[in-house]
Design a protein around this ligand. Structure first.
Ligand SMILES: *[C@@H]1O[C@H](CO)[C@@H](O)[C@H](O)[C@H]1NC(C)=O
Ligand SMILES: *[C@@H]1O[C@H](CO)[C@@H](O)[C@H](O)[C@H]1NC(C)=O
Ligand SMILES: *[C@@H]1O[C@H](CO)[C@@H](O)[C@H](O)[C@H]1NC(C)=O
Ligand SMILES: *[C@@H]1O[C@H](CO)[C@@H](O)[C@H](O)[C@H]1NC(C)=O
Length: 484
């Protein structure tokens, strides 16, 4: 072997280790919160904890602007409700790309690398609503990226739920795409492959545990001692590996064994269900991080895994249709505090760094008056009103506030409503039963929140400014009319 080819191989090796070192870990940054942290604060949080990648569910202007110059790789998202219009109109797709990709790359220096077209559009709960629009929207966005000259730098993908594939044998090697969408999946996969784009999948051992009471708990974890699965000599010790490789088999069986895979969402919630707690979440996420930083991969795909943790921060306005745990996926609480130690394989050595400069409302809470009686006929309707509008997902069997007594329960609900309404006096006027206190009613694992100050995006600030300016003009005119 000549020195040239040796040098070439060395170059290849150093290139591949470079690829390994930049792959890192990503985070999902969702925005379904009543009081989101300001985008600059979230970007600070991402940088302080050395996340190299972030995945968004839309293309919020302020979030993208804040990510500008951060160097963080960005996956922007297109919500499912936009798929229909993007599927039918190339112009709409071009506009979307121009406004939400091109302009951010050129004027704000945002490192956009992927466009996620839809979010789990083939989930069975959507009743097939997006089956006809997802692929055409994907094609139109790709054409728009080509037209904008960005198709080398920005790749399209569709984050899919893991039930787009299944195994006829229960083993990874039996993997194939779901029969009812087999043809569609092949068309999408072929398209991704032709355009050098990755397959994105969300894998949730927690959901398996939640929906199937026979699911062996230990099999959900990376360090569990569940009885392993033997797939023709390949041994699977945990669900993530087996599920991931079921996809690899499905791709391979259909001729796309080398298609890159991104794990778009992976994580564990900390509240709202008996299996959702900080111990399990830490164990799961740390186990996954160990797998990532070792560059170990899965039996079918040894090597680095490209993945985004779900999620960065809790979102208190998410639908709880999937379950009460839905608002508790964050590794950080709504106000950017770390929930547990998590070594991200960066320099943080285990202690997550909390958000900086978080502005809270006053230290006060709305609780049930000591003179109020539990059998007061106003109690039940007040609690259901408060819980209906605010967030009571931390109440219930084996949750963080599951040990509260009945009065504690009522107080928790009233306070949640009060805080969500920015501690407005009228949000603590439940007839005869509520009062405002200055001593923290929190007990053990159960935190009675103090809300953070509301953040107004640039659009709201503009409207507010116009309103104020008009107010000033009108006031001045009235004043002048009176004195003249
Ligand atoms: C850009 O993205 C935002 C947020 O997802 C969306 O509301 C807006 O309609 C998009 N712009 C265009 C021109 O499609
Ligand atoms: C799906 O169908 C079920 C039953 O027909 C219905 O309850 C549900 O609202 C539908 N969901 C959507 C997203 O259309
Ligand atoms: C507190 O509220 C939760 C959720 O509504 C309920 O499951 C629980 O039984 C209540 N506890 C008491 C002691 O009333
Ligand atoms: C408050 O309680 C008092 C005495 O228990 C009762 O007379 C009054 O009607 C109650 N007020 C409301 C608004 O329920």
């Amino acid at each position: 072997m000549g020195w040239l080819s040796k040098a070439f191989r060395l170059l290849l090796i150093s290139l591949s280790t470079m690829a390994l070192s930049v792959s890192g870990i990503g985070a999902n940054w969702g925005s379904q919160a009543t009081h989101p942290l300001p985008p600059e604060t979230v970007v600070g949080l991402l940088r302080d904890n050395q996340f190299q990648k972030v995945k968004l569910f839309d293309a919020d202007y302020d979030s993208l602007r804040a990510l500008g110059k951060s160097g963080i790789e960005v996956m922007v998202g297109i919500p499912n409700d936009m798929l229909a219009s993007l599927a039918t109109s190339v112009k709409a797709a071009e506009k979307w790309v121009s406004k939400n990709v091109s302009s951010h790359i050129t004027t704000n220096n945002v490192n956009i690398r992927y466009v996620a077209v839809g979010n789990e559009p083939f989930l069975e709960t959507y009743n097939g609503s997006f089956l006809r629009t997802t692929f055409p929207a994907l094609q139109n966005i790709q054409s728009a990226l080509i037209k904008a000259g960005l198709s080398n730098q920005v790749k399209v993908t569709v984050p899919l739920n893991a039930d787009v594939y299944e195994s006829s044998t229960g083993l990874p090697s039996g993997g194939d795409f779901r029969a009812d969408i087999h043809e569609l999946m092949l068309a999408i996969v072929k398209f991704l492959s032709n355009n050098g784009a990755p397959f994105t999948v969300n894998i949730y051992p927690f959901i398996s545990l939640y929906t199937d009471s026979n699911f062996p708990v230990e099999y959900a974890f990376f360090d569990g001692n569940a009885s392993p699965l033997n797939d023709g000599g390949t041994i699977y010790y945990n669900m993530f590996d087996a599920n991931h490789d079921t996809l690899v088999w499905a791709l391979q069986k259909n001729g796309f064994g080398n298609l890159p895979i991104i794990v778009g969402e992976i994580g564990w919630p900390t509240d709202g269900d008996q299996n959702a707690n900080r111990e399990y979440a830490q164990r799961f996420n740390q186990g996954f991080m160990a797998q990532i930083s070792g560059g170990k991969g899965t039996p079918m795909r040894p090597g680095p895994i490209d993945a985004y943790l779900f999620s960065l921060i809790d979102e208190d306005a998410k639908s709880i249709q999937p379950g009460n745990f839905e608002r508790h996926w964050g590794i950080f609480t709504f106000d950017g505090l770390a929930k547990y130690r998590l070594n991200l394989g960066t320099t943080n050595s285990g202690a997550l760094i909390p958000a900086r400069n978080v502005h809270y409302l006053e230290r006060k809470w709305c609780v049930m008056k000591s003179s109020a009686r539990l059998d007061d006929p106003d109690v039940a309707p007040s609690v259901s009103y408060a819980c209906g509008l605010a967030d009571c997902t931390s109440l219930g069997y084996l949750t963080s506030c599951g040990n509260l007594d009945a009065r504690g329960n009522v107080s928790y609900a009233l306070n949640s409503y009060y805080q969500q309404n920015n501690q407005l006096d009228r949000a603590c006027k439940f007839p005869n039963i509520s009062t405002i206190v200055k001593t923290d009613p929190s007990v053990e694992t159960c935190t009675f929140k103090i809300m953070i100050q509301p953040y107004y995006g640039s659009a709201e600030r503009r409207v507010g400014c116009i309103q104020k300016t008009w107010g000033l003009v009108v006031g001045l005119v009235l004043f002048l009319c009176r004195i003249l």
